[in-house]
Design a protein around this ligand. Structure first.
Ligand SMILES: C[S@@+](CC[C@H](N)C(=O)[O-])C[C@H]1O[C@@H](n2cnc3c(N)ncnc32)[C@H](O)[C@@H]1O
Length: 405
């Protein structure tokens, strides 16, 4: 009889505010135990689940595999604790590694110093045993070690993702502060996009910038694994990596993509800025979605929804300004957005949904539509709100009658 697969304690990191969605996502991937922590989720599972999380999580940043917890009140204690792990079970003596060190509420306060201690402990262990030492490398090392010290206890983990999973590889670095891919995915999930997509509803973003919401929406609707285009993961050169499991998961993901891409609903985006549209187009191409998402330069004032399509979801992350003057200037843009939403009022049974993600929910008030629900989220450090609307006339506010400015 074959042995049941080894179970690991895993931790998925995620931006603050996405934890509950991530619990649901990991359970859907097969995690039997998944519990919410601040900016992360603890879960248990075998290597298949850990790999699946790396390939399929739309919300996680990193997937950490816990090796050990050790006391770390002093540098010596930390050194000893790190040495209690047999590192040659994870890495070849001439391999490469990197250490990511985070500390909070602990006596070791200096991250560079802490990381150096951890490296010394590992390197010394190899040198004593093999007379050869692994090298430190930031560039796609064989293993990524994550050490989190909290209240003088160090949790030592392997970072299986290696590089944050929000990097799906369809976007190049730089450009004008677009939404992070996993935040965009969370916005789409909160807005109910997966269900709307299944019914064939349209997705449109009238201020699409680099197209993140449209691309993440297409990946979801086409059942495309967000990690499928990544070539590097932190486990590929790990000594305990099981290529057969990984290859099988990738093959399944390719099949699901080839099948899913055949039934994509219409996805359409606009932006007034031609550079943004060029950027969106290139991202769409890199995501393998050419011809599946339509983007075009167009002012919000000229926005019309695609004729003959089923009602769907209008999703948008309008500019929200950071200084007071900018915020006041944006009032008319939000009013115009509200007017455009109202043009989507239903003629038949189905109601359009809208989702507006903004760092300035006050601006949402001039839209003249009552939000059905809102969620607090962060865009990096900026507290933001996701406002959800059902576009039906009873939700419209008459600006004149209610003394709306
Ligand atoms: C915050 S960015 C959107 C970023 C996008 N979600 C992304 O991930 O790249 C806001 C976008 O609104 C566009 N925009 C501002 N005013 C507009 C208008 N009147 N009509 C159309 N687009 C507009 C800007 O060009 C900018 O690309």
């Amino acid at each position: 009889m074959s042995m049941p697969p080894k179970q690991y304690q895993l931790f998925a990191t995620t931006p603050k505010g996405l934890e509950l969605l991530l619990v649901d996502e990991l359970k859907a991937l097969g995690a039997t135990e998944a519990s919410e922590k601040l900016a992360g989720v603890n879960f248990t599972g075998d290597l298949t689940l850990a790999y699946k999380a790396c390939l399929w999580s739309r919300l996680a940043n990193r997937i950490l595999l816990k090796l050990r917890q050790v006391p770390a009140a002093t540098p010596e204690e930390l050194y000893e604790g790190v040495q209690s792990i047999a590192w040659d079970e994870h890495l070849h003596p001439e391999g490469t590694l990197t250490v990511n060190f985070v500390t909070s509420q602990s006596q070791i306060t200096h991250t560079l110093f802490g990381a150096q201690k951890v490296k010394d402990a590992i390197v010394d262990q190899f040198r004593d045993k093999y007379d050869v030492r692994p090298n430190v490398s930031q560039d796609q090392p064989d293993i990524n070690i994550n050490v989190y010290v909290n209240r003088d206890i160090a949790t030592i983990s392997l970072d299986l993702s290696g590089e944050s999973l929000h990097r799906r590889k369809y976007r190049l670095d730089g450009g004008s502060a677009p939404l992070k891919e996993n935040l965009a995915a969370a916005i789409l999930i909160r807005a109910g996009w997966p269900a709307i997509a299944k019914e064939g509803g349209l997705l449109t973003d009238p201020m699409c910038g680099s197209g993140t919401l449209l691309i993440e929406g297409a990946l979801m609707a086409a059942d495309i694994a967000p990690g499928l285009s990544r070539e590097y993961f932190g486990f590929l050169n790990w000594k305990q990596h099981q290529p057969a499991i990984w290859e099988k998961l990738k093959e399944e993901a390719v099949k699901r993509r080839d099948n899913g891409i055949l039934s994509l609903p219409p996805i359409v985006g606009f932006d007034e800025d031609s550079d943004a549209i060029k950027n969106a187009f290139e991202n769409i191409e890199r995501a393998g979605l050419l011809g599946k998402i339509h983007v075009e330069r167009r002012e919000l004032a000229d926005f019309v929804s695609k004729a003959n399509s089923l009602p769907g979801l209008l999703i948008v992350n309008p500019p929200y300004g950071e200084r007071l003057g900018e915020i006041e200037d944006l009032g008319p843009l939000y009013t115009l957005l509200g007017d455009k939403l109202k043009t989507l009022a239903p003629e038949g049974e189905r109601v359009w949904k809208a989702a507006v993600f903004t760092g300035n929910p006050e601006l949402g008030k001039v839209m003249g539509i009552r939000a059905k629900k809102f969620y607090a989220l962060y865009n990096g450090a900026i507290p933001c709100k996701l406002l959800l609307f059902d576009i039906s006339p009873e939700k419209f506010i008459d600006r004149n009658r209610e003394g709306f400015r």
